[in-house]
Design a protein. Sequence first.
Length: 439
Amino acid sequence: MALRLRRGTDTQRQLITPAEGELIYTTDTKRLWIGDGTTQGGILANTGAVYGLDDLTDVDLTLAPQEGDVLRYDGTDWIASPESSPTTPGGSYYIDIEDSNGDPVLNSDTRVFLGSVRSSDGVAILVDANNQRMYADFFGDLTGNVTGDVTGDVIGDLFGNVTGNVTGNISGFVTGSVTGDVTGDVTGNLLGNVNGDVNGNVTGDLTGNVFSTYGATLVNGNTGEHFGVFKGVVVNDDSSVLLDGPNRILSNGVISINQDTISSTSGTVEINGFDGPVGPALTVSNSYTDPCIKCLSVSDGVNGPHITLTATSTSFANILPLEAGDTGGSVKFGGLCTIPGGSQEIQLGIINVKLETPSDGISTIPQAIMELTMPNGPNPATYRKATFNTAGVFNAPVFKATGYATGSLPSSPEEGWVVFDSTTKEFKGYNGTSWVVLG
């Protein structure tokens, strides 16, 4: 004899409240329900069957479930939702993370991360948020401020201020101020101020000032002035050294100043000044007892070491030939002398070459005169001058022949010599054979 249970469709089941222990079988869903006397429709018995989310009575599904969906409570029902869906339709999806003590690790409202990021071995700390330190490499664009020490290389452009020490290389543009020490190379343009020490090479343009630790300006990038001790190397675009601080070498690629030596690869060193009443001056000062200026070269029998003084008329902007009365060059001798009222640097002697007659450009050459001037007072009109012209004429205010006693006249004389016999009080000349009395 078969045992038959109360049965009906699932819709009919939901309209009744089965008695406690009463069994109900649904003919359409093939499920067994048990009554408790109070629950309408009964309680589903565990039959071992596989069910979907839509089989749960407390789940509201408006869409068919998709792979990766999770259950989320919306305040009324449990609903299926994609794992990355926002909290509200059209809104943002926020997640707060707490540790085992209930302390926040990730606060989505304030966007603050308070935990640490460890490497794959679970031991090495890559990011220590509590102590504000990062120990890993950073790849990509960083928009914001970095406050602290940067140990490593920065490859790319840095826009903003760096407060702290940078140990490593910076390849790219730095727009802003660097407050701290930079140990490494800066390749690119540094636009801003460097407050601290730079240990390494700066390749590119430096627009701005370099200050000492006390705030004093060492390098003024706008005016090009240098006020302090430079201990680095400055290179040109072609990698040639312009300034070698440790070896005390200054060069522009042609002219080089190496400690106490000035050299040129082009053969000529020029000192150019500006138009004005006083031109450029090359001053050599020292405390040696026998100071000098030496010109060392190899003579070919015709050309030897020399000093050339070349002048033009008017200005560098409008260069014209010398005119009559223009000075071609001078060698002046001066010294600090005691004068009435104190001491003053005055001229003691002048060797000057002056153009007397210009060339006509056809058949004549310029006629010049050399003046040997000995100042004898404050009035240049009273200076004693001796002249020597291109005709070979020597003219002096006073001529004094060297005096020799009779019997002590110069030995091995040459024809044309003139001396004064201090014994006989006579002028004597050598005619090629003997000394004879003149006049």
